[in-house]
Ligand binder design. Sequence first.
Ligand code: HOZ
Length: 449
Amino acid sequence: MPRPSPSRPATAAVTATAPLTGPKSQALFAAAQQVIPGGVNSPVRAWKRVGGNPPIITSGTGAWITDADRRRYVDYVLSWGPLLHGHAHPAVVKAVQQAAAKGLGFGAPTPGEAVLAQTLIDAFPSIEQVRLVSSGTEACMSALRLARAATGKEVVIKCDGCYHGHADHLLVAAGSGCATFNQPDSSGVPAAFASLTVSVPYNDLAAVEAAFAKHQGNVAAVIVEPIAGNMGFVPPAPGWLAGLRTLCTREKSLLVIDEVMSGFRVAWGGMQVLANVKPDLTCLGKTIGGGLAVAAYGGKKDLMAHLAPLGGCYQAGTLSGNPVGVAAGLANLKLASKPGFYTSQEKKLGVLTDGLAKLAKRHGVPFQVGRIGTMWGFFFHDRPVTDFASAAASNQQAWLTFFRTMTLNGVYLAASPFEAAFWSSAHGPAEVRHTLAAADQAFAAVAAL
Ligand code: HOZ
């Protein structure tokens, strides 16, 4: 149950200059900036887009997190997706403690790895074998190396505003922090690498077809987020994923579906099950590690046989399949495996998203909100957002005002209009009430702009 924040009134007025965080968070962040570039270990955490000074988080329980000033927030970031059951779920914590007590890692095969691999194979009809790695970046980077190894082709097609981790050749028209800080292409990436990546608008099959025509016979793969979650929340248009499947099959290229964010968030078996599309390779992460560093990529056995030690495509990692991470992932997934889990969570999340839509309407604020399973998001726009161009054309001042008011009233959202939001099974009616009360003020502030 929510408790009032000791250092903050139940409701707080927002002004353009009001500091978003308390003195302890500010002091800790100032100290971190002396020893860590930008004070953060991943750029979007710096809250640079919203004026800097992120709250320094000291603990989390269920749907709530607490910062250094003992301010409490309902959390819709949830560690950027992994925490399907909220913070410190007792079953996940217990699994971690039991595994840790037996040793933190061996860099050698352990029993749990094959159990997690089998769980992923059972959930995803397109996967026959899976390789565990430590991050979504590694999963996507390795899947594309495998695609190039298997096809002997070089070009990769991706979508503007999609983010597949920070491998050199994927930092081209990238989403997430790259979009947040208006750095879609990173410095330090050789032009030769970037030239092998072609980026096209999301949900635009004609653009994909044109890219195939331009690079006739040399496209190794199309990589796509089946729900774009790194340019805000942008669902696939009807026929988009199936169309990509058809084009890849026709062109003898591989379809790589990046379910790092959507896998086990929207359905058991991911968005590909909901869309009834079978990719050649699937990338997973986040939920499959339950909050620890576990990711994976998988596909048919003949394709995976290109990987060392069976084949010539090399990929490795000291922490790959780490037993503590695997135990956390298995516990996280077990809790989601109960029949009806995703439909019941989506229904609960619907109370929140419907409530937000109603409030926006009452305040006369153009607002788009959507959800699939436990993933959701919103834009201040008068029309549905379908790609990065329309996401970028949404009302940024309205978003910033909304974000600031929500933060000051105890709701923790991603500090970027180009990120998705998440829901957990620890969220319920009390959190929805708290969020809608904050949103009522936030929409009023937006309406007053
Ligand atoms: N790339 C993540 C958001 N889509 C951010 C990761 C982090 O900062 O932890």
